[in-house]
Every structure is written in C-alpha cells, then in structure tokens.
Design a binder for this molecule. Structure first.
Ligand SMILES: O=c1[nH]cnc2c1ncn2[C@@H]1O[C@H](COP(=O)(O)OP(=O)(O)O)[C@@H](O)[C@H]1O
Ligand SMILES: [Ca+2]
Length: 506
C-alpha cells in the first residue's frame, strides 16, 4: 500500500512540474539560500568540533628496589579529564649500580646515583610540562630491611635521595617506603589497568611479583566473605566496581634473600666447604661468612666460630636442590582455615595470574615461560639445566652477567617450589599463570598503579558515557543536514508558491 502511495506521489510531483515548472525566481532563491545555509551549518558544526592536536601530560615514578632503581615516565592525553585518557609508559631508565639501600654507609651516593636517569627524564619530558609533572620515588624491600636494621641510616638515604630529586625541574611529590601490602596491591592495579579489566568490570587477573628481597601475591578470591586475616585484605572501589583483594608480601622471600636463607641452612654448622645441589657442577667460589649473614633475614643464624670464608661448590642436582629450597619454608603452623606458608593466611587460588619482575627474568632465560607445557616437563628441563657443567653454561652465554648465570638453577627451583608448595598451584592451575614483562608496551610492576592512585586517575565511580568521537559527530551532522535537505525538496515539490490549485496527495 505505502509503496503504491509513494509511486503515486512521485507521478503527481512530475505532473505538477510539467504544469507549473519549479524554477520560478522565488523557488530558485529559496533553494539557493537553503543549500548555502545547510553547507554553512555543516561546515561550522564540523570545524567547531575539530580535534585539537594531541597534547600529553606526564608523570615520573622511581622504583627504588633492593637490587636496583628504575625510572619510569608515564604519559596521558592532556585534554581528556583525569578519567578518560589512557595512561601508558613513555620511557624507562635503569639506574647504574645497586639499589639505594646499598648506600647505607655513603648516603650521598644514593642521591648521586639517580642523576643520570633524572637528566634523561629532563630531556624526555617536554620543557613546558616540567613544572607540572609529578615526580615520586617509592622504595621497597631493600629499604624495609635497612630500616629494620638501622633506621638512622635509612633516614639518611631518603634525605640524600630527596635532596638530589629536588634539584630537577619537576613537581617533586616525595620519596617514601611502600608497605608490602601497597607493593602487592599496586602491582595488581597496574596489571588490571593495563589489561583494561577495571574500566570494563571484567574478571580480574592476580599479580605475582618476585623481587630480590620480597615477593608479593595478590588476587581477588572467589566467594570472599570477611577475610580471616584483615591485614591481608585491601578493598577498592574502581570505576563503580568493588574489589576485595587478598594480598601478601613475604619479606626475605625475594630471590636474593631466599638464596641467603638457603645458604644459611647449608652452612648452619659453620663448615669450610658446602656442596650445593642448586649450583652447576664445576662451580666453585670462595665466599665470606660475614657477607652472607649481613642481612636481617639471616643475621640471627650466623654460626658461632665459623671460619672467615667457605668454599661454595656446585653439585647440579635439581631433586636435591628442591629439598634444600623446601627448607626455607615453614609449613607446620597455621591458625587459619588455610595457609600458604610461614603461618600466613591464603584463600584458595582463583582466576588467571600474571607473574612479573624476577619471575619473568628467570623463566625467560630458562625458556620456560610457556605454561601450557606440563609441570613435569618444566621440571625435567630445569633438571637438565642444573646438571649442565658450569664452564659449558659460561661458554653458551658469554653476554649474560655471571652472577645471574650462576643463580638461574637455584632461582628456577625456588620459583617452582614457591608456586607449587608455597602458594599451592597444582599441575592444572599452573597453566593459569602467564609470565609477563610488559602489557601493551608498559612494564608490569607496582609503579603505574602507585601513580594512578596518587594522582586520583582511577575514579571510584564509572565516568559518564564518553563524548562522541569526531568522526561520529561529523556523520551525525551530515545525516541531519541531508534529511533537512530532502524534506526541503519534498516541500518544494508539493507546496509551490506559484500554484493556487494544489492537487491533494492522499
Ligand atoms: O636480567 C636479570 N636476570 C635475572 N634476574 C634479574 C635480572 N634483572 C633483574 N633481576 C632480579 O630481579 C630482582 C628485582 O628485585 P628488586 O630490585 O625489584 O627488589 P625488591 O622488589 O625486592 O625491592 C632482583 O633479584 C634482581 O637481581
Ligand atoms: Ca621490585
């Protein structure tokens, strides 16, 4: 019916045109004015909404870890409000030398050590943004240990670092020690922010961080009622969603301190030589007792009457190494419904996990980042690596630092034991772990989460629906203009000003 009616209307329009041509002076003038008005409307509307060239804001975070310090520069679109622009890593710089906690005796050098990377940051951030760029330094387990050992020395290191950072043209926001809980929680925020899981309210990924002096596990458990252990629980409201996060940081369970624990276990009777199954056959080094025991993680275990040095020999036996590593964990006491180790509460594991920092370095070197490979195969491969003679290992990897090279067997064994015996990953759930270094170009670690939190860049509530992109805006204006134009033409066809007798179209 409607098709017939439309066909009828067109015929009427044609007939009318024949009787009364439309191109009278009045209709021509109206049409020209109409077209000019529509073109002007579209042009003005489109030009007004034209996107300005992208400008960025910047933020700098220094990760003062136990083994070294790294500087990260983040950037995000300047014209968007806090909440809509995506923050990404623009640049990173590895500070030469050791972590700031190693400068306890010469604190000024801790400040000095940061200069090179800070000068690099001055070049990386556009000059006109310098004064408004926030600069943070967060120190982790190395400084926690120094603080426990000698709080005066740790204060002096912070003062030296502060003095050095204030010399640069950025907006200095302070240097402080992060608690283990913050370190774990901000690592989790980083991973889930970069994966866009928070904004979209998707199921979150757990975060596993292995440092040199501490290690963190953080995840949202299934059916998390009230935590049996409030100190392990952190609640967040992000983009309108509530998260009850379980997090724990094990001080002294970073891979460098755990090696001390394992060596302390093997040298408790103060021998002159130990045959270590976690080092390669042919490995042989003279080590100093006082250096080994110079850490609050092991200082109370130093054997009485031990010689000055001991001879550290490698045996390369993965099975025995696992036994040595197991000794650093205490599985006996648990006052909660369930524990990981050392009497620490841990709810059942849930979801996918991202394992970064030293987890990645070690597993990447060992070619074991593929977690779809069965755990038994992973162990077989590691056993082969551990049994490889030390001179062969050095020959095969001349580019790798010998200290790292010597310790990959131990570190691999520790990682597998920590994950399976410590955190209770099974042969099945092991495949839910992904060893990662970066996510979409930004390093996985606590620094991004720390900055997002301090700059209030993740809102508690979901932002209003984002403004229409420019292309969408142009399309809508064009469609409306075409619609107006069509209606105008129809209007001209049907109600010509010159005709007195208009046929009625039904
Ligand atoms: O290339 C590498 N191979 C092996 N281990 C590495 C490499 N780069 C860094 N690491 C290790 O990663 C760990 C980083 O720990 P970090 O310095 O962040 O300590 P923290 O988080 O406990 O304060 C250290 O054990 C360091 O030796
Ligand atoms: Ca770290």
């Amino acid at each position: 019916m409607s098709a017939q009616r439309a066909a009828g209307s067109l015929t009427d329009c044609r007939e009318m045109k024949e009787k009364n041509p439309w191109h009278t002076p009045v209709t021509i003038s109206i049409t020209v004015i109409g077209v000019i008005a529509i073109v002007a409307l579209v042009t003005v509307a489109v030009l007004q909404n034209k996107p300005v060239p992208q400008k960025y804001k910047y933020g700098i975070v220094l990760d003062a870890g136990s083994s070294h310090t790294a500087l990260y520069i983040y950037k995000w679109p300047a014209e968007k409000d806090n909440n809509t622009g995506r923050v990404e890593q623009e640049h990173s710089c590895k500070v030469k030398g050791k972590g700031i906690s190693s400068y306890a005796e010469t604190p000024w050098q801790a400040g000095e050590s940061l200069t090179e990377c800070m000068e690099d940051a001055v070049k990386q951030v556009p000059t006109k943004r310098h004064f408004e760029t926030p600069l943070y330094l967060g120190a982790t387990a190395g400084m926690r240990l120094l603080h426990m050992e000698n709080s005066v020395a740790s204060d002096k290191v912070f003062q030296a670092v502060e003095k050095s950072l204030q010399k640069f043209p950025f907006s200095y926001q302070g240097a402080r020690m992060l608690s283990g809980q913050e370190e774990g929680a901000f690592g989790w925020v980083t991973v889930n922010y970069l994966d866009d899981r928070l904004k979209q309210g998707l199921e979150t990924t757990g975060a596993l961080d292995l440092g040199g002096a501490s290690t963190q596990i953080s995840f949202v458990p299934k059916n998390y009622i009230i935590s049996e252990s409030p100190s392990n629980s952190v609640t967040f409201r992000l983009y309108g969603n509530d998260y009850n996060l379980y997090t724990h940081s094990f001080l002294c369970y970073g891979k460098d301190q755990v090696l001390r624990l394992a060596l302390a276990h093997q040298t408790k009777s103060g021998p002159g030589e130990i045959a270590d199954p976690c080092f390669h056959p042919g490995y042989s080094e003279s080590k100093n007792y006082s250096v080994l025991y110079d850490s609050p993680c092991v200082s109370d275990r130093k054997p009485q009457g031990a010689p000055v040095t001991f001879h550290h020999k490698g045996e390369g036996n993965f099975q025995q190494c696992q036994e040595v590593v197991k000794n650093v964990f205490n599985f006996t006491s648990c006052k909660y419904s369930r524990c990981s180790f050392n009497g620490v509460f841990q709810p059942p594991l849930h979801g996918q996990f991202g394992a970064f920092s030293a987890y990645y370095y070690v597993m990447d070197f060992l070619n074991l980042t593929d977690t779809s490979v069965p755990l038994t195969t992973v162990k077989d491969k590691l056993a082969k690596h551990c049994a490889t003679p030390w001179n062969q290992i050095i020959q095969q990897h001349p580019e790798i630092h010998v200290k790292y090279l010597a310790e990959y067997c131990f570190s691999g064994a520790y990682i597998l034991t920590l994950l399976t015996e410590g955190y209770n990953f099974t042969s099945e759930s092991y495949s839910s772990i992904k060893f990662i270094k970066k996510i979409k170009g930004s390093d996985a670690g606590w620094t991004l989460g720390y900055m997002l939190n301090l700059t209030n860049m993740i809102p508690a509530e979901a932002p209003d629906s984002p403004p229409l992109p420019h292309a969408g805006y142009v399309s809508i204006v064009t469609v409306i203009a075409l619609l107006i134009f069509t209606l105008f033409i129809i209007f001209l066809c049907r109600f010509r000003p010159s005709s007195s007798k208009q046929p009625q179209i039904v």
